[in-house]
Design a protein around this ligand. Structure first.
Ligand code: ACM
Length: 758
């Protein structure tokens, strides 16, 4: 059911009963939109007119038609020629006073006209029209006038194709979605410690050797024997052209001088030690650096030669992040070079190296971008800074007069979880919700108006360590990309969180029809019971909630699927166990936003999912991971703290308990921590492989049980241990700490079950 029509049927539209009184579900919201009377009715094969010999208009028209076909929208008949009555017309007008990327769109009873001055404007206008046509249900579009232009020039998304790769078709589908969100930059992270993904003809070892890594647990339990691959130059050219036809520039990133393990594994002579090393299967901060000698710089320049032939982008990203300088400090040759160059610190040496390569780009008409670490040792004035370590880098860089793009961690890192629900997939913690993304402001308050002009825009970063396949990438990207697109496109005065939510169901329906996976985290009903009351007398209360508060949660307790007539949740319900709750969040248009089912029984009152435990005092780091890094299974997931293998079950209902059954998982320790390794808490062990030590009340409290861990070379990856102890009284915090050696596997707690009295 389409929203406008349903709005009418339900009497939700304005009292004039005009369908046009409902704001169309356009995301990002246009800068100006005025609804008018009447509508344009589509005929079968409505003409779509474009100017003669206008490639930009033709690309825009073809993109519109391909999206309509893909989502079963109306068919249009494309022809060159001036606008005629009854047609949709694209008009190029450089005298209409339109901003870059801006357009006007007018829908009247006798036709639709989109005016743009540039290719981007025509494309943006057709994207808006796509959303109108799609929502209008193929036959009519409400009369309206839209005048629209982007707030920021850089509206980006970064895709990491190193940690996990995506197929060209998958990237094309992502590019389509970016275009449909009026984004214009795909920052493509192509080289890193874990792989080299871009074919360089002059240096074939980069992909023969550097594109492949041996995963931990290679070949076991769904983990591949080797992981990797690369994009050929032919594939890259096709993707660049595909993106360009959709108004998107692909900005490649070669990360240097750190994140260089795959390159140095391919050509050890361009590393600092000259030793042959393996492509790294370890996430985090590896310590391999490029050398700084002339042969290495010539190697990098020759790589850039090929990069520049593949990518017409003015901007080329040279990384610059997380380059720990140990290897440079330990190398007499590097130290001698530093001295010869008159440089005092390794940070200055990095700056020198990046400036030299930045200069090389400049001589070829290009410009360098670097992560904000490039500010550390001084940076050429025309380099762009990408601020990721919070927003301080953006402030510093803009004050120094550099152009800046914001992609701060964790705010715009799409590898952060989207909610604290225990059914979220893998990712970093804390969650960054849909509302968090919508509330992000790219221009730091510390900048004055002149400095703020250096903020070109922002992008979300999709780091894929914990996203082994594209379905997972999509789950992390959508619908948070909708929120981001509105942040980047729409003038702040037109931002409206409630209105955004109201416009979202139509967008989610587009995703359904386009086969895009999206996260329902903002709408999923969470269900909780008062466990203390349930343990005391069986009767308890059930509370439902959803993160955004949007929509109506309807529930059943009788096993049937909730429908629009099921009771709407309004306040906590009195219930008795056992209990199975089914809850569905319905949008105002009746579409389904999320469904969940959950059972509660007596045993659950004495059990806990490991993902719901909390960190022991100390380090707040939390990461939710899949069992093996390159296997594509997404369940179960485990939460770990790399710095302190210790979790607490707060107020565990120990009263009467004498035993605890602990389900555990052994996980590969494929994390490189560099200098942060000194922060890892190591506890003394008394047996060969360490123990799980369970303490009562606090992590310094009495030991309730010490459970030796089995030999990791012999035990299954998932195993269980049983703790037995004296009968307990009352509720107590349970602190569970692992004493396994830090250079061995990691351990995570799965489900915990007490043998409490029933
Ligand atoms: C980054 O996240 N290392 C840019």
């Amino acid at each position: 059911m389409h929203r406008l029509l349903l709005g009418l049927l339900l009497g939700l539209a304005a009292s004039s009963a005009s369908a046009a009184a409902v704001e169309p579900s356009l995301i990002p919201r246009p800068a100006q939109l005025r609804l008018a009377n009447g509508q344009f009715r589509l005929a079968p094969a409505t003409p779509l007119r474009i100017p003669a010999h206008d490639d930009g208009a033709r690309h825009a028209a073809q993109f519109l038609m391909s999206q309509l076909v893909r989502t079963h929208g109306p068919r249009l008949a494309l022809a060159e020629g001036a606008p005629i009555a009854g047609a949709i017309a694209l008009v190029r007008d450089v005298h209409a006073g339109l901003a870059a990327g801006g357009y006007t769109l007018d829908v009247g009873v006798d036709g639709i006209r989109i005016v743009g001055a540039d290719d981007a404007g025509l494309l943006h206008g057709t994207v808006t029209l796509y959303q109108l046509l799609d929502e209008a249900g193929q036959d009519a579009v409400p009369a309206l006038h839209i005048a629209d232009a982007p707030r920021f020039a850089w509206r980006g998304l970064m895709l990491d194709s190193v940690r996990h790769m995506q197929t060209p078709d998958e990237i094309r589908a992502l590019i389509d979605q970016m275009a449909l969100h009026k984004l214009d930059v795909l920052h493509w992270h192509l080289t890193d410690d874990q792989g080299w993904r871009i074919e360089i003809k002059r240096w074939p070892e980069l992909t023969r050797v550097g594109a492949w890594r041996t995963p931990p647990a290679a070949g076991e339990d769904g983990e591949p024997a080797r992981y990797g691959g690369y994009y050929t130059q032919e594939t890259i050219r096709a993707l660049v052209a595909y993106a360009a036809a959709r108004g998107i520039t692909i900005v490649p990133e070669l990360d240097l001088p750190g994140h260089a393990t795959a390159a140095v594994a391919s050509y050890p002579q361009f590393g600092v030690t000259g030793k042959r090393i393996a492509v790294s299967p370890d996430w985090g901060v590896n310590t391999t650096l490029y050398n700084v000698d002339e042969p290495t710089l010539h190697f990098l320049e020759s790589v850039l030669d090929e990069v520049m032939t593949l990518f017409p982008s003015r901007w080329i990203h040279l990384g610059g992040d997380e380059a720990v300088k140990d290897q440079w400090q330990a190398s007499p040759a590097v130290q001698a070079r530093m001295k010869a160059l008159g440089l005092k610190t390794e940070d200055e040496l990095q700056s020198w190296m990046m400036a030299r390569l930045g200069d090389y780009l400049k001589r070829h008409g290009r410009r360098m971008i670097g992560w904000d670490e490039i500010l550390q040792g001084g940076v050429p004035g025309d380099a762009m800074v990408m601020s990721w370590r919070g927003t301080e880098g953006a402030v510093d860089a803009a004050k120094l007069g550099h152009d800046v793009v914001l992609s701060p961690s964790p705010d715009l890192y799409f590898d952060q979880l989207q909610s604290s629900s225990d059914d979220e997939a893998t990712g970093r913690i804390p969650p960054k919700s849909l509302a968090d993304i919508y509330a992000f402001e790219p221009v730091p308050a510390a900048l004055d108006a002149a400095q703020a002009r250096h903020i070109l825009g922002a992008q979300a970063n999709v780091w894929t360590e914990h996203m082994p396949d594209m379905r997972h990438v999509q789950y992390m990207v959508f619908p948070r990309l909708d929120a981001l697109s509105e942040v980047l496109w729409t003038p702040p005065a037109r931002h409206d969180w409630e209105g955004f939510l109201a416009r979202l169901p139509a967008q989610l329906e587009r995703y359904r029809r386009a086969g895009i996976t999206w996260a329902d985290s903002a709408f999923a009903p969470s269900m909780a019971i008062d466990e203390t009351a349930a343990r005391a007398h069986g009767r308890t209360t059930l509370t439902l909630a959803n993160q955004s508060g949007f929509g109506t949660m309807r529930y059943t307790l009788d096993g049937s699927a909730p429908n629009p007539d099921s009771p709407a949740y309004a306040k906590p319900l009195a219930v008795t166990l056992p209990l199975t709750v089914r809850a569905t969040t319905f949008a105002p248009d009746g579409s389904i936003l999320a469904r969940r089912v959950r059972s509660f029984d007596a045993a659950d009152l004495y059990a806990r999912d490991g993902n719901t435990l909390v960190n022991c005092p100390g380090n707040p780091f939390r990461l939710r991971v899949q069992p093996l890094p390159d296997a594509t299974s997404r369940r179960p997931v485990y939460t770990i703290n790399l710095f302190n293998a210790c979790q607490v079950w707060p107020a565990a209902p120990l009263d009467g308990a004498q035993a605890l059954h602990v389900e555990l998982a052994r996980l590969p320790n494929n994390y490189a921590l560099a200098h942060e390794a000194t922060l890892v808490v190591q506890r003394p062990r008394t047996t060969a492989f360490g123990e799980l030590v369970i303490r009562r009340d606090s992590c310094e409290g009495d030991i309730l049980a010490t459970l030796p861990l089995p030999d990791p070379t012999a035990a299954p990856r998932r195993f269980a241990l049983d703790a037995h102890f004296e009968r307990q009284r009352g509720a107590h915090d349970l602190c569970m700490a692992f004493t396994a050696p830090g250079d061995g596997p990691l351990y995570a707690v799965g489900r915990l079950s007490l043998d409490a009295p029933r």
